[in-house]
Write a protein that binds this ligand. Sequence first.
Ligand code: NCD
Ligand code: ZN
Ligand code: ZN
Length: 471
Amino acid sequence: MKWDHIIRNGHIVTSQESYQADLYIKNGIIAAISPSTEPLPGEAAEVTDAVGKYVLPGLMDIHVHSRDPGATYKEDFYHSTQAAAAGGITTVFEMPNTNPPINNVENFHKQAANLGEKAHVDFGIWAICLGHLNLEDLLPLHEAGVIGFKFFWGYAVHSKTFQLMYNYKEGMEDVIPPFKDGDVLDIFREAAKTGQILAIHAESNDIIQHLTKKVEASGRRDYEALLEGRPNLAEIVTVQTGIAFAKETGARLHILHVSTGEAVDLIKQAQAEGYPITAETCPHYLFLDNEDFHTIGPAMKVYPPVKYKKDQERLWKGIEEGVISVVCSDHAPHTEEEKDGDLWSIPAGMCGVETLAPLLLNAVHEGKLTLQKVVSVLSEQPAKLFGIYPQKGSLQVGTDADITVVDMEKPFTIKRDNLHSKSKVTAYDGWSGTGTPIQTIVRGKTVMKEGEIVGGPAGRLVTPRSQPKNE
Ligand code: NCD
Ligand code: ZN
Ligand code: ZN
């Protein structure tokens, strides 16, 4: 058989262009792209008729917490990558706040083996920065092939397991308090030596502790009170310090899950000055605001918290301007029971990997962004940022045949019980829209078709070093 798979008559969409063509796959690689009017000779094992459909470079979710290993009662990589495949995602980057965390080379290799057995899509692995506790591990982790470095700025962690403390209060036992700015500066210096992305959760613990105490004393338990304890200022202060540290050290700073308009302005300014600082945001900051808590409830609790309408508007503009170049889910599942309770004591986070692409595709119909921009923020820019382009994030001859086929006219309704994740906690239960990934292809192999998961786990580790040398 000359070809493994031909996708005929689809609209190929990249961030730069959109045109009708046939795409030919052989041995997991895009072997040819040719005008539909001039089919290439040779038989194919599989032919997909994509007439009227859009053929996108495989979409990526660079921010996924699958809790594996350590809290697989909440989620595991088998389920989260099925959810990814179902949602049109071909590569995920797994976050390092597992138990054990990905804080050294040994744990990185163990994690690569663990995830490799369960992965329905390709995956990269983040390394965690634990201040002075693992500074000397950062360079070896870089050499071992991590996708980037993550620092949970503002979080306290458990002293033995290093698990995040969601509702930390000063004086708690068995806790490493949030690192001080001096420690963080050391992280920036060390990460800068690797030349890899240093991604930060950006919320100031000092501000949160101080303000939360006051709000809690008032006895208020509502969402507005939560926001008073973790206000825009908590993000602003940390983004500001992060930018200053990046300027000082040369670290390639990436601001995770930006939730405030003010942060967008600060990042825009730093970019205009020529610093290689990048940012992402997530669907919950783009589609929700504080008012939605009345209808959604505790499922919506996430850190940083969802802010106000004016922030949402500035975030969309930030995407349009290119200040925010990545959209990702921050898939952070907890069980139903864990999320059901007092707003101050439940953990932060919700599912998202499966709903990321549909929500953005529907936003195309709403005029919020173009389909080419979707390709940019969900595929091309993430791949470029993390040094895996054009192997991932492109539709070019000779690169991985990672492809998401999309039906822009197909309606969807998000139903919690239909989610593929273990946890069903979502802010979008009952939401409907139009624009659905109908086929997910990872290195030539179909892993989802018409909503059904196809085949077992065959995902592979992606490392920046797996790039061809000439790229
Ligand atoms: C994340 C988690 O639970 O791992 N929770 C969240 O609210 N976003 C941690 C994080 O990304 O900050
Ligand atoms: Zn975070
Ligand atoms: Zn996260």
